[in-house]
Write a protein that binds this ligand. Structure first.
Ligand code: NI
Length: 227
């Protein structure tokens, strides 16, 4: 399942990000790819230790931590510091799967990547190509979102970024470890939570059926979560 979250960054934030990123010093993204991925990866990246990367990454992390749809869909336990990358002049990233275990030595942190996320920082009309194509059970789905929007997808999916044939595609990417590793269990919890959220405003406060659904939600979460 793909989850699209609108307005992770508002217009003003996107403008601020873009202004700062346009002036940044980008390096070859192949430096951070695995030995196999390096053959298919052709983009530019902001070094993780770059103070700008840390500053903007923290803005994103704060927004994620306050976004109800993200919280419900990801049930994130650990989130990788966001990475910024840039595709231009035919830059692309061929079909690959993301590493299952990712280690961040400076934070003494290891995460299992359950979910991957891309936050688009360029608008679709600024560049040609550059779709994020995610292979799913029912076929490949191209994703190209407005600046400030995010797609969340299972890290277990094969995916690629199509060549950017005009303009520049700037985005942020991150990964997270979910409290619920199993994709189908996580999706059931998400559906249940979304229905509870949708039903609640029309029901009286302390509605017994809503209370029972919340009870079921938390007991399923208790059964499936590993923290
Ligand atoms: Ni990837």
């Amino acid at each position: 399942m793909l989850t699209i979250i609108e307005n992770i960054l508002d217009e003003k934030q996107v403008r601020d990000f873009r202004q700062k990123l346009e002036a940044a010093e980008w390096i070859d993204g192949a430096d951070s790819a695995g030995t196999r991925s390096v053959k298919v990866k052709q983009n530019l990246q902001l070094p993780r230790q770059n103070p700008l990367s840390v500053e903007l990454g923290n803005v994103i992390l704060r927004k994620l931590g306050n976004d109800p749809l993200f919280i419900s869909a990801a049930l994130a336990e650990k989130i990788w510091p966001p990475i910024f990358n840039l595709y231009q002049d035919g830059g692309h990233y061929g079909t690959h799967s993301d590493a299952a275990l990712m280690r961040l030595p400076e934070a003494n942190m290891t995460i299992r990547s359950d979910l991957s996320a891309t936050i688009f920082l360029s608008d679709p009309d600024e560049y040609d190509g550059g779709e994020l194509v995610i292979e799913q059970q029912y076929g490949a789905q191209p994703v190209k979102l407005a600046a400030g929007e995010m797609v969340l997808y299972p890290s277990s999916s094969l995916h690629q970024v199509m060549p950017v044939t005009r303009g520049r595609r700037i985005c942020a990417i991150t990964w997270m470890q979910s409290a619920v590793a199993d994709v189908s269990a996580r999706e059931l919890l998400f559906d249940l939570d979304q229905s509870i959220q949708a039903l609640t405003p029309d029901r009286p406060h302390d509605d017994p059926e809503i209370n029972r659904l919340i009870h079921v939600y938390h007991n399923l979460l208790r059964r499936w979560a590993a923290v």
